[in-house]
Design a protein. Structure first.
Length: 99
């Protein structure tokens, strides 16, 4: 048996009063990788290098309503025009596969 790392993304969005904020929804399955290190590298490359000004790493892992964000990693995006905010919760799952 071999092992792979499956990466999923959960999106929580908090819109402004008029719901005009641009807060994209991510695909649930981000990808499948050889190991967790490769998976984390891909996540960091995507959120921190591909979109340098749009996403920030969330250290406190608490959303706008004070609820815990129980994920391995969390990134946020704030709409600077309207003030909405989105949280992207990243989970890494090690799965066994048969080859």
């Amino acid at each position: 048996m071999e092992k792979v790392c499956v990466v999923t993304v959960d999106t929580r969005r908090f819109f402004d009063e008029c719901q005009k904020s641009y807060l994209p929804i991510m695909h649930k399955v981000f990808g499948v990788y050889i190991d967790r290190d490769k998976a984390q590298s891909a996540i960091w490359e995507y959120f921190r290098e591909d979109f340098k000004e749009e996403f920030e790493y969330c250290l406190d892992k608490i959303d706008k309503d004070g609820k815990a964000l129980v994920y391995d990693d969390v990134f946020t995006r704030t709409d600077k025009t309207y003030g909405g905010i989105a949280y992207y919760g990243i989970s890494y799952y090690i799965e066994n596969i048969e080859v």
